[in-house]
Design a binder for this molecule. Structure first.
Ligand code: 5CA
Ligand code: ZN
Length: 475
């Protein structure tokens, strides 16, 4: 059997191997932090984006802004630019000619979109605006790059930007953004923790940042999405004002929320195993792979039946692939296991004689017989549903197994080494949090429960605890 490495003890090795052998991306592109999406990976990405777009299209409009941002616009919002300046790629020349003004490759799109919002918004009747775009963004990351997880060209940056006429509506939109991401991650069976980032780790320019993290198989967390309340900061900088119902001019209120290629990495990490990918039906390029078992005798009949079943499944909205390659069935089984197809459907001449076929589940590795007179599409749809919930349940269980509550921070280092993510009662003070990070070399990830009633004290400084917070090693 192939050895891709152990997912839990050496996640990095496993992940790199799987991306390569399952043909998701090719990391050999000659620029660090930039990889090629291969056809199979691209299809997974496409189905992921289909779910995303379906969710956003309900009440957002899709747009597409230019990739280049003039230096003057990027530099306008002081705190924001300070957060990104070390990561910006610059275009300085057009052919041999040095440009009058440097142009940034967008690291994110606030400073590209908001000058236009300023032109578009005049009155409260122009609001709210809810737009999104799926683009590539560029960040000259200095931390260790990893395919899909920390890239320098984020190829699947799906960002939403909203503008509102009141602080209340803006805060509500943050909750809506969180709900949208919950649904997206639920559909992909990705478990998550939601927390409010500590002030020193919020998005540059935001009032506060709500983040989704998933616990990777090794116990390190990965931020897979963020929802930011931008308040009026950017509106003041980019002069986004509207005339309210009373006829006064006011600065608008804004949110933005984004996800990236990391979402796909998280799905691969959550469900994959030692045999390769295990894809949730929602994003799997094919949901059923039909494998005709062909011998000389009866080949035509087997193929005809397989075609008939394929058509029946497809007309029920199921994505089907048929592997007609002239290779041993064993090799086909191996390949589709690696590619993570949820259901394998085998049919050979002897099966056909007995009027049955064999169905194999990728998640549980169960094999079962099905009568060809049964309602096959109905049976498959039912199975896909079971696979979906089974994958999700196992992924959540696995995440739970990493979580531990503590009353003292003495053992943080060894717990984290054991793959734990720590939950503790915290005072919430910036100084205390930074000291904790400094002393333990573990990050205060965020606050999961804010302003709770408790008699507990902060295990670090002894002051009354106000929140429940998480600590983790992060990707
Ligand atoms: N403008 C806001 C909302 S779109 C923004 O840029 N937020 S962000 O900086 O938090 O990025 C959004 C999400 O992109 C993050 O939550 C994270 O999941 C993902 N992300 C950030 N940097 C990278 C990177 N270098 N590689 C892959 N994904 C990344
Ligand atoms: Zn404290």
């Amino acid at each position: 059997m192939a050895d891709y490495g152990d997912k839990a003890t050496n996640f990095s090795e496993w992940f790199h191997n799987i991306l390569e052998v399952a043909q998701i991306t090719d990391a050999r592109y000659p620029i660090k932090g930039m990889a090629v999406w291969l056809p199979y990976g691209f299809q997974i990405r496409k189905h992921t984006l289909n779910i995303y777009r379906e969710l956003l299209d309900k009440d957002h409009e899709e747009v597409l802004f230019p990739m280049l941002i003039p230096e003057t616009e990027l530099a306008k919002e002081g705190i924001h630019v300070k957060g990104f300046e070390d990561e910006v790629y610059w275009v300085t020349h057009g052919g041999p000619t040095e440009l009058n003004e440097k142009l940034a490759l967008r690291p994110t799109s606030e400073t590209s979109m908001y000058p236009m919002f300023s032109l578009w918004i005049r009155s409260h009747i122009d609001l709210p605006i809810k737009q999104y775009q799926v683009v590539n963004t560029f960040r000259y990351e200095t931390k260790h790059t990893r395919p899909l997880i920390r890239v320098r060209e984020i190829t699947t940056f799906a960002e939403a930007h909203t503008v509102h006429s009141s602080a209340e509506e803006c805060a509500e939109q943050v909750e809506t953004g969180i709900e949208i991401y919950k649904t997206l991650f639920d559909e992909m069976g990705i478990p998550y923790l939601i927390s409010k980032r500590p002030v020193w780790d919020k998005f540059p320019g935001a009032e506060y940042t709500m983040a989704f993290d998933t616990i990777m198989p090794d116990g390190k967390t990965l931020q897979i999405g963020t929802v930011h309340n931008l308040g009026q900061t950017f509106a003041e900088t980019f002069d986004i004002t509207f005339e309210n119902k009373e006829g006064e001019h006011e600065y608008a209120y804004q949110t933005c929320y984004g996800i990236s290629d990391r979402v796909i990495a998280a799905a691969i990490a959550a469900h994959g195993d030692e045999k390769g990918l295990v894809l949730p039906p929602t994003i799997s390029p094919s949901q059923v792979t039909i494998i005709p078992i062909i011998f000389k005798k009866g080949a035509e009949e087997v193929m005809a039946k397989c075609e008939e079943i394929k058509e029946a499944l497809e007309s029920n909205g199921i994505r089907v692939d048929m592997d007609t390659r002239d290779i041993r069935p064993g090799k086909k089984f191996f390949d589709w296991e690696l590619k993570g197809t949820p259901i394998r459907f085998e049919l050979g001449p002897r099966d056909l004689e007995n009027n049955k076929a064999v169905i194999g589940r990728r998640d549980t590795e169960e094999k079962m017989e099905i009568d060809l007179d049964e309602d096959i599409p109905a049976k498959i749809i039912e199975l896909l549903g079971e696979i979906d919930s089974n994958l999700k349940e196992n992924a959540w269980k696995s995440q739970e197994s990493h979580l531990i509550e503590v009353d003292s921070l003495d053992d943080v280092a060894s717990l984290v080494d054991d793959g734990k993510v720590i939950s503790f009662h915290w005072c919430g003070d910036e100084e205390c949090g930074k000291a904790i990070e400094e002393e333990t070399d573990v990050d205060v990830l965020g606050i999961t429960e804010e302003d709770i009633e408790t008699d507990k004290v902060c295990p670090h400084c002894g002051k009354p605890a106000k929140h429940i917070a998480l600590m983790a090693k992060t990707y």
